[in-house]
Design a protein around this ligand. Structure first.
Ligand code: NAP
Length: 238
């Protein structure tokens, strides 16, 4: 038996994942944090604990999809989880015509394959409990073709489709699956090695705004599900 609500957040070391960890801690969740950077995870865990909630962290490379499911199942244990936020992802810019196949595969592994396996890791215990909420973070790039963002857009469009398929299959078990598709958010993703972008960041949304939307989706009464949210900067789409 779980003694309090537990939420696992992937990509919790930074940006939207970090903000979501803090927003859910604020409403009483204990948080399981997953990403690669142990030091950053440790800082977020400390912030969760100052809010009076428990934090547990796992340093894990989600691109290792073939071992992911078993690793997570072992870590989560028989108590299971109430909430999974599949947030980890990478940005990637590059022409489809020139992109190395290995880069394409990497984007698909992290942005799509890891969500497939993380979700399948939590389903058995959620089914046993007869409830659970899974929130997948897609993007407006799932619906719009931006030059140089082709691989990223395909991964997010497929993620929307994967979310709908899981939702259709799992609702009979009391499990809700939602998609949150943000426009531009001011996070470190715009400064990573694989992204070439130069935007006026002041017009972007903050990670806290997206975290608030994610928390709202989770906090809906269990008998209702928010299937999908598109969240845009009021200043317009990028
Ligand atoms: P971010 O600050 O760069 O955060 C990305 C997170 O994913 C980090 O915690 C990173 O942690 C983790 N991650 C990346 N690769 C990983 C790997 N191989 N294994 C484990 N963890 C990995 O970016 P963000 O903007 O918050 O992005 C969060 C999600 O929002 C992504 O799915 C992104 O596509 C989506 N999104 C972002 C925007 C935007 O404008 N920012 C818009 C729409 C959608 P480590 O580096 O520690 O591993």
């Amino acid at each position: 038996m779980t003694t309090s609500q537990r939420a696992l957040i992937t990509g919790a070391s930074s940006g939207i994942g970090r903000a979501t960890a803090l927003a859910l801690a604020d409403v009483g969740y204990d948080i399981l944090l997953v990403a690669r950077d142990r030091t950053k995870l440790g800082s977020v865990a400390a912030e969760v604990e100052t809010r009076g909630r428990n934090a547990t962290l796992l340093s894990l490379d989600l691109s290792q999809v073939s071992t992911l499911q078993e690793t997570l199942k072992a870590w989560i244990g028989d108590d299971g989880l109430d909430v999974l936020v599949n947030n980890a992802g990478i940005g990637y810019t590059g022409r489809l015509s020139d992109m190395p196949l290995a880069d394409w595969q990497q984007v698909m592994d992290i942005n799509l394959g890891s969500v497939f396996e993380c979700t399948r890791a939590v389903l058995p215990t959620m089914r046993k409990a007869g409830s659970g909420t899974i929130v997948n973070i897609a993007s407006v790039a799932a619906y719009n073709a931006f030059p140089d963002w082709g691989a990223y857009g395909v991964s997010k469009a497929a993620l929307v489709s994967l979310s709908k398929a899981f939702a259709a299959e799992e609702r009979q078990h009391g499990i809700r699956v939602s998609v949150v598709s943000p426009g531009a958010v001011n996070t470190p993703i715009w400064d990573t090695e694989t992204v070439d972008a130069d935007f006026d960041k002041s017009k972007m949304m903050t990670a806290e705004m997206v975290a608030q939307a994610i928390a709202n989706v989770i906090l809906m009464p269990q008998a209702a599900v928010v299937e999908e949210i598109t969240l845009l900067p009021n200043a317009g789409t990028f």
